[in-house]
Design a protein around this ligand. Structure first.
Ligand SMILES: [Zn+2]
Length: 88
């Protein structure tokens, strides 16, 4: 027969062990490339892996490029529209 009380005791023990020392999960962040836990103060949010740093650098460059492209396209679309609206 299953001893319910024994199981409950075991579960309670496991839970209290998990919560030992206040919060069980300290505040932390994850590397945005490989999701390794990194220091909360890490800025940019990266681990110390060279591959991650390199990948992040590439991503940042792409992001900047995308932003420029967006402005260019916006300008291309907005300019004729503005010219039309103001009848220039
Ligand atoms: Zn990483």
């Amino acid at each position: 027969m299953v001893d319910a009380k024994k199981i409950k005791d075991k579960v309670m023990k496991a839970v209290s062990q998990n919560y030992r020392g206040g919060s069980s999960i300290p505040e932390h962040r994850h590397c945005r490339i490989c999701n390794t836990v990194v220091s909360i103060k890490a800025d940019p949010r990266l681990c110390k892996d060279e591959e991650c740093i390199a990948k992040h650098g590439k991503g940042e460059k792409n992001e900047r490029m995308m932003r420029i492209m967006m402005f260019v396209f916006l300008g291309l679309f907005a300019l004729p529209l503005l010219l039309k609206v103001f009848g220039i």
